[in-house]
Write a protein that binds this ligand. Structure first.
Ligand code: GDP
Length: 478
């Protein structure tokens, strides 16, 4: 995996071994250049093919992005409804939808899809996207301009819309000879069997002709792209190691803005930098009702003690002595959660009793926002900063089903211990397990064989696409 000499080279290389393009103004986005100072290079070198495809993508983006000649022409045609023939530039518009962890995963999925299909990705900025993420591509923005003609319409697109691809298939309205100027791809968790045909090669060859694809999804759908013969070879060439796909795409695309970077770096310097070891614990409680819950606290403790991630405490003795000359090791534990209850309990435990190892354990939590507030700027900035901070730890514990945790593990190149989701208010036994890979889980994959036109278990077809640890029907790359 990690070759020592490689990682030394990469440490020195602020452009992450060529993954990032040169030519940005450094001060406009400090995180692009400074992430390397926080102890996190890439796990391994990206393939030279991936690097060349990224540069090619950037060139196309520059050619076709907002307010370029080609963009202006296609937008004009979109307004008038008259198309002069096949256009040089085709687009995927990513519609902002769902929580921030979900959005980061879907944006990476949409970008890879754009790369594979020679399209340009444009991002619906909604209320907060520009305050969270720097521009990833040189010179031309990835944000959809506010005067884009479909902006209002786009937000109302739903499975019942006439231009929804699944609906068009149901109505057999695609037999109609003229190619529509845009189609809506509904790839959210509630999509139906017709919408899922997006993942069939035959449907891709139809979609290929359409200039504008409007995509709404809350799923990391990359695992299923690996099961499509038309993309398989290209994906294998781009990513010889299937485990580092989101690691590379995430580090390529998602650079916190200076505002968010301030939240990350100030916190890191104050609470994490000096410790001998950093442990991240991400708590996401999906049960309804008001926490903190005792069974969740018990689960956190039984997982971290059993797996030796945290030292046990000695309730019988008042102090632990160390052999003379031995220094006490310090362990910084950053917990993230919407509620403060869990970290308070754990912190108290380490205050009230000594650790059996003599280690000094400090427990802290950046925020406790109480509930999800998707449309609020500071709330999302904190959520993004916390995902990023978790990615900077050495060892990570995450909560099953949570995309917030998937983002942290992928960016950080960490294989976390996953806390299984509790059922009916009880902590599962075992409480957690080590992840097979650092890839996110696709929560709502199709189970369909496009060729045979029948249902199939898509989690057993190839060795690198498996069912997830935390969700038995999900799919992930390993
Ligand atoms: P998921 O629901 O766990 O898959 O993750 P998402 O990020 O998609 O949605 C959860 C949202 O709730 C986040 O984006 C935050 O807005 C909020 N949230 C959940 N857990 C935390 C946390 O530990 N810290 C902060 N700051 N926000 C959180």
């Amino acid at each position: 995996n990690k070759d020592a000499s490689d990682s030394v080279d990469l440490q020195k290389d602020e452009l992450l071994g060529g993954l990032l393009a040169a030519g940005f103004d450094e001060r406009s986005c400090l995180s692009r250049y400074q992430s390397i100072l926080y102890g996190k290079g890439l796990l391994e070198k990206p393939s030279s093919y991936l690097i060349s495809r990224l540069r090619k993508y950037e060139a196309r983006h520059k050619e076709c992005g907002p307010y370029t000649e080609s963009y202006n022409k296609t937008v004009k045609e979109l307004r008038s409804g008259h198309f002069s023939g096949p256009s040089d530039c085709k687009y995927v518009v990513w519609i902002s939808f769902s929580g921030l962890g979900n959005r980061i995963l879907t944006l990476a999925s949409a970008f890879l899809y754009a790369l594979l299909t020679d399209r340009v990705l444009l991002v619906d900025p909604r209320v907060d996207m520009t305050s969270l993420f720097c521009e990833p591509f040189p010179e031309v923005s990835w944000f959809l301009p506010s005067d884009f003609p479909l902006t209002t319409k786009m937000r109302d697109l739903n499975p019942q819309s006439a231009r929804c691809y699944g609906k068009m298939l149901k109505n057999k309205s695609i037999a109609n000879l003229t190619v529509p100027s845009y189609v809506y791809l509904h790839l959210a968790h509630d999509y139906d069997d017709h919408d899922k045909l997006f993942f069939c090669d035959e449907d891709q060859s139809y979609l290929h002709k359409i200039p504008w694809l409007m995509m709404k999804t809350d799923n990391y759908f990359i695992p299923t792209l690996f099961l499509m013969p038309s993309f398989e070879q290209e994906l294998n060439d781009l990513f010889p190691n299937k485990e580092t796909i989101f690691h590379f795409l995430g580090r390529y695309l998602f650079h916190p803005t200076n505002r968010v970077w301030g939240l990350v770096t100030r916190y890191y310097q104050a609470y994490l930098a000096k410790a001998d070891e950093r442990l991240g614990i991400q708590i996401r409680v999906l049960d309804t009702g008001k926490g903190p819950f005792k069974h969740v606290l018990d689960q956190i403790l039984s997982c971290t003690l059993k797996e030796n991630l945290l030292p046990d405490v000695n309730k019988q003795q008042d102090f632990t002595s160390l052999p003379s000359g031995q220094k006490r090791k310090s362990k910084a534990v950053m917990m993230t959660s919407l509620s403060s209850g869990y970290s308070e309990e754990v912190r108290n435990m380490y205050w009230e009793y000594p650790t059996v190892t003599g280690e000094v354990v400090s427990i802290f939590q950046p925020s406790h926002e109480e509930h999800q507030q998707t449309e609020k700027q500071m709330h999302n900035q904190k959520a993004w900063a916390e995902m990023y901070l978790l990615s900077l730890t050495d060892v990570l514990v995450t909560s099953g089903w949570s995309t917030f945790g998937y983002v942290a593990q992928g960016l950080g190149g960490l294989k976390p211990w996953i806390l299984y989701k509790p059922e009916n208010g009880t902590a599962p036994d075992p409480p957690c397990r080590r992840a097979m890979s650092m890839e996110p889980c696709f929560h709502a994959p199709p189970f369909y064989d496009c060729k045979a036109k029948k249902g199939i278990d898509t989690g057993v077809l190839v060795p690198h696409v498996r069912h997830c640890e935390d969700m038995s029907w999900g799919l992930k790359l390993v």
